[in-house]
Design a protein around this ligand. Sequence first.
Ligand SMILES: [Zn+2]
Length: 318
Amino acid sequence: VVAALVGVDLGGTTIKAALVSPQLEVLRHERAETPLESMRELIEALEALVRRTGEGADVRAVGFGLPSQIDQRSGRIADSVNVPLADLPFVEEMRGRLALPVRVDNDANVACLAEARMGAARGTRYAIMVTLGTGVGGGVLVDGEIYRGAKGAGGELGHVVVDEDGPRCQGHCPNRGCLEILASATGLIAAYRTLLERSNLHEQVELHRGVTEMQARDVLEAAERGDDAARQALAIVGRHLGVGLSSFVNIFDPEVIVIGGGLSVAGERIIGPARAEMQKRSLPFSREGVRVVPAVLGNDAGVLGAAALVAAEAGRPA
Ligand SMILES: [Zn+2]
């Protein structure tokens, strides 16, 4: 029986887990549906999935990546997006249930840690990760470690303002014109809709009628088919992203900026305009040598990064 870790990646529809070696190789994948009815059911589902994932192995510690704001001083979840976890002493609860060391971080920090340890930012000590999905997540690697701030609330790069008079942000954010609203799935759909509305072409007006229920996936697919408005919408999202990146470059002086999340499958259609905008707007010395690249770990980033949170526990005596 070999020493191993369990990494858990909690999403709004699926909980993914993996049994991971101390060298951070995935040994086994497991998954379960996310119960959304109550906090209790969700906690129980997380516990059951960890137990199933660790069956037959000598599990030394468990790491969780959650869509939450976490008070790292106490391991308490302050609040979450899309899942019923709020005002909960999560680390204490899970440590009690599993009788194992437990660490927790938000999903974007966990993805950043994974890309830094074994992905697109491997070998760097200063990196930025931005995840483009329903919202925009951020992770900051400073001197090889995730930057968390005084309470654990740091690194929320999605809430940097790129248009002070822009649209109201989403979730609990009281601000306007954040990356979160302009470079997310919401922003992509809004940009596409605006482009279609500006056009008087009959076919596009017809298309627009079917667009009220549109998903970001539809815009990504349209761009792949050669739809000009969809490609322009991706470029608009990329330029907004690049405005944000120029600030990150000036503030953090990163070696690499990694772009992940669901929208990043658009690749250079978003990253190209983002890179160009960042180059245009950041201080010349700050931008020197900064690479902007796609994430490489895909679906495994969450479970690997969660396991990486507790990698140091694998070497300790059980
Ligand atoms: Zn915001």
